[in-house]
Design a protein around this ligand. Structure first.
Ligand code: CTP
Length: 407
C-alpha cells in the first residue's frame, strides 16, 4: 500500500501557465490513494477550469472564503490536511505566505494549517532572482517550509532559465517523503525522557557584567520542541534566553556553567538521552566583585579559572559503566571543522556530535537556519543541508532514535 493511502492532501493551485501540471499531480495523488482537496486562486481558475480538478479528484473545488461559512471552510480544510502543497506557487503567493496574509481562501487556509507545507515556485528568472523573492523564500525556509525547485529550463514565451515548475512526479516524490517522515516520527520518542541544554551561559564579573557568548538558544529550543512533539518527556536546561518555552517542555533556568552542570547531573539518572546544544563558557572569572567595578579604578585584570566540562563529565560517567544516557554533543568550530569535531567526539566520549561551522552567516549562532554534519561514534557521517532549525532538530533526533536501545 502506498504511503499516501488514506491521507488528505491540500493542493493549492495559483495563477501561472504551469497550473495545468497541477491536474497531473492531482491524478498521481489520487492514483496513490490520497484524498485531494483542490483550492484554486482566482488566477489559477483563469488558466485551468475547476471542472478538471473536480473530475480528477472527485471533490468539490474551493476558491472562495465566502463558500460554506457555517462549515468554516478554511479552518476545516487546514485542519483536515496531512500535508499541503502549493503547485505552482507564483511570486505573489510566496510573498503573501511570507507576510502571513490571508486575503483569499488559499492563503487563509494555509495560515490555519499546521501540517507540513511544500511550495513549488514557478515564475520568470528575473522574478525568482529578485531580492524580494529571495527574502520571501528565505523566510519560508526558516519556518520549515519545503521549497521544491524551481528547475532550470524553458519558461513561458520561449525564455530559458531558473524558474520552471518542477515536474509533477518530482513534486509527488517530495510530498511522499514529507508525509513518510512526519508519520514515522509521530510518537517515536514516546516513553523516553530527553534532557536538552540550550543557550549560552553567563559568567558574572560583578553585579552588572558577565562573560558570555553569541549562542541564542534557538537550536536547543528547537530540539526540545521536536522531541516533545515526538512524544518524549523533555527537560530543557536553559541558559539565559528570551525564547518562549516550547509546549509540553519542562524548563529549568540556569545562568552559569556550574549551575548547568548541577541541573544536568540532578537528572542524569532518570533521562535516556542528553542533548548538549548549549554553548558553555569554558572559563569563568576567578573572583566575582560584590559591587560594581568602577571605571575610575582603571582597567580590571581578569583572572580566569576553568569551568567543569559537562559533556566530558557525562562521558566519563559512561566510561565508568553507566549505559545511559545516550549522549549528543554539539561542536562549534571555525577551522579544520570536521577533524576537530571527530577528536572532540572521542575525547568527550559522546555517541553523536553535531558539528556547526559557526563561521558561516546563514548557519550557527543567532539565525533561524542551520547546516550541520552529524558524526557518530560508530564512524557514521550524515550531512544536513541548510534548513530551518526545526527541520535540523528532527534530523538530529532521527539519528538518536535509530540508535536507542529498545525500551
Ligand atoms: N561543553 C560542556 N561543558 C563545557 C564546554 C563544552 O558540556 N564546559 C559541551 C557543549 O555543550 C558541546 C560540546 O561540549 O556539546 C562541545 O562544545 P565546544 O564549545 O565546541 O567545545 P569545547 O570543549 O569548549 O572545546 P573548544 O572550545 O576547544 O573548541
Amino acid at each position: 500500500m502506498s504511503d499516501l493511502h488514506g491521507s488528505r492532501v491540500l493542493l493549492g493551485v495559483t495563477g501561472g501557465i504551469a497550473a495545468y501540471k497541477a491536474a497531473l499531480l492531482a491524478r498521481l495523488l489520487v492514483g496513490a490513494g490520497a484524498t485531494v482537496d483542490p483550492v484554486l486562486t482566482r488566477g489559477a481558475g483563469r488558466f485551468v477550469g475547476a471542472a478538471t480538478f473536480e473530475g480528477i479528484t472527485g471533490r468539490p473545488v474551493r476558491d472562495e472564503v465566502w463558500q460554506d461559512i457555517p462549515g468554516e471552510t478554511h479552518v476545516a480544510l487546514g485542519r483536515a490536511a496531512d500535508v499541503a502543497i502549493v503547485y505552482p506557487a507564483t511570486a505573489n503567493v510566496i510573498a503573501k505566505l511570507a507576510g502571513g496574509h490571508a486575503d483569499d481562501l488559499l492563503t487563509t487556509t494555509l495560515l490555519a494549517a499546521t501540517c507540513p507545507l511544500l511550495v513549488a515556485p514557478a515564475m520568470h528568472t528575473e522574478m525568482w532572482e529578485h531580492p524580494a523573492t529571495r527574502d520571501n523564500i528565505a523566510v519560508l525556509c526558516r519556518r520549515g517550509v519545503d521549497v521544491v525547485g524551481p528547475a532550470v529550463g524553458r519558461l513561458m514565451g520561449g525564455d530559458l532559465g531558473a524558474g520552471r515548475l518542477v515536474e509533477p512526479d518530482e513534486a509527488f516524490e517530495r510530498l511522499v517523503a514529507q508525509l513518510r517522515a512526519a508519520r514515522s516520527r509521530a510518537d517515536d520518542l514516546a516513553g523516553r525522557r530527553v534532557l536538552v541544554t540550550a543557550g549560552g551561559t553567563h559568567e558574572p564579573l560583578d553585579p552588572v557584567r558577565f562573560l558570555g557568548n553569541r549562542s541564542s538558544g534557538k537550536m536547543g529550543f528547537a530540539i526540545a520542541a521536536a522531541a516533545a512533539a515526538r512524544g518524549a518527556k523533555v527537560d530543557l536546561v536553559a541558559a539565559p534566553s528570551a525564547l518562549p518555552t516550547p509546549p509540553g517542555v519542562e524548563r529549568h533556568d540556569v545562568t552559569t556553567a556550574r549551575q548547568m552542570h548541577d541541573a544536568v547531573f540532578a537528572l542524569v539518572d532518570v533521562v535516556d538521552v542528553v542533548v548538549k546544544a548549549a554553548a558553555v563558557a569554558d572559563f569563568r572569572p576567578a573572583d566575582v566583585a560584590s559591587s560594581k567595578v568602577k571605571k575610575s579604578d582603571g582597567a580590571p585584570r581578569l583572572e580566569l579559572v576553568a569551568n567543569p566540562d559537562i559533556l566530558a563529565d557525562l562521558g566519563a560517567r559512561r566510561a565508568e559503566g553507566h549505559p545511559r544516557p545516550f549522549l549528543v554533543g554539539f561542536a562549534a568550530e571555525t577551522d579544520d571543522v570536521e577533524d576537530n569535531a571527530r577528536a572532540k567526539l572521542t575525547r568527550k566520549n559522546a555517541d553523536l556530535l553535531v558539528v556547526n561551522d559557526v563561521g558561516a552567516t546563514d548557519a550557527g549562532f543567532g539565525v533561524d537556519t542551520n547546516r550541520v554534519v552529524i558524526l557518530g561514534r560508530d564512524g557514521s557521517r550524515t550531512e544536513v543541508e541548510l534548513a530551518a532549525k526545526s527541520a535540523v532538530a528532527d534530523r538530529v533526533l532521527d539519528e538518536v532514535v535509530g540508535r536507542l536501545p529498545a525500551s
